[in-house]
Design a protein around this ligand. Structure first.
Ligand SMILES: O=C(CO)[C@@H](O)[C@H](O)COP(=O)(O)O
Length: 232
């Protein structure tokens, strides 16, 4: 499950966030985001079938997005170029790949667009934001990982916030997502840094009141985005 804000131009300026709703499913992992701007809920399906014991091969599994909501595939995979068409056929709206895994990011971005999807570009904690910058004008969303990719429930890496701040300053209209360890205790830092798309797993799933957590995450991001708009 994820919570976040999406779209709206100007990193969240504009329309009010929508309330998330259920419905639809993606094989693999599916997480909700309270969508903003578009008025539609959106989800992100993280696909990761890394098998280090098999010599670092990735295993494939059938995946179908049957949702009517907006779906982002965060591809934590090696050779991300090989899954573009299958994800487009499965119904994904956005294809997010890792810069570290791409041999030719420019060609991959072009291929994703030609397959009718928006483009997300993710960086792991050890990758500098300057490495992402050359592609920022060609993508729809930058994802700054706030944990090492692998599993949920890890500690939020606050030292990733300067990356978010830098991106927000340099690219005011870019969607900027954070993923990992984000919840009520850490959302303010993310929102103030300029993130407008939030992935949150355990903070929502482990809560006795997931809806209130989602609403909190959404409201904090929404307020920060509005403040940025007013400050411009
Ligand atoms: O995929 C990853 C990390 O690999 C993240 O998406 C986390 O799974 C998010 O979960 P929490 O950190 O919010 O529990």
């Amino acid at each position: 499950m994820a919570a976040g804000l999406r779209r709206g131009g100007g990193g969240g300026c504009g329309r009010a966030p929508a309330v998330p709703r259920g419905g639809g499913a993606c094989a693999g992992r599916r997480r909700w985001r309270p969508g903003a701007g578009s008025g539609r809920p959106c989800s992100t399906a993280t696909w990761r079938r890394w098998a280090p014991s098999a010599g670092g091969c990735w295993s494939a599994a059938p995946i179908t997005c049957t949702s009517t909501s907006w779906t982002d595939m965060h591809m934590m995979v090696a050779r991300p170029e090989q899954w573009v068409q299958p994800m487009a056929v499965a119904g994904a709206n956005q294809y997010t790949f890792h810069l570290e895994a791409a041999d030719n990011p420019g060609a991959l971005i072009k291929d994703i667009r030609e397959n009718g999807m928006k483009v997300g570009l993710a960086i792991k904690p050890g990758t500098s934001v300057e490495q992402l910058a050359p592609w920022a004008n060609q993508i729809d969303m930058a994802l700054v990982m706030t944990v090492e990719p692998g599993f949920g429930g890890q500690k939020f890496m606050e030292d990733m916030m300067p990356k978010v701040q830098w991106l927000r300053t340099q690219f005011p209209s870019l969607d900027i997502e954070v993923d990992g360890g984000v919840g009520p205790d850490t959302i303010h830092k993310c929102a103030e840094a300029g993130a407008n798309m939030i992935v949150s797993g355990s903070a929502i799933m482990r809560s006795a009141d997931p809806r209130s957590v989602i609403n909190l995450l959404r409201n904090v991001c929404s307020e920060a985005a509005q403040k940025r708009c007013l400050d411009r």
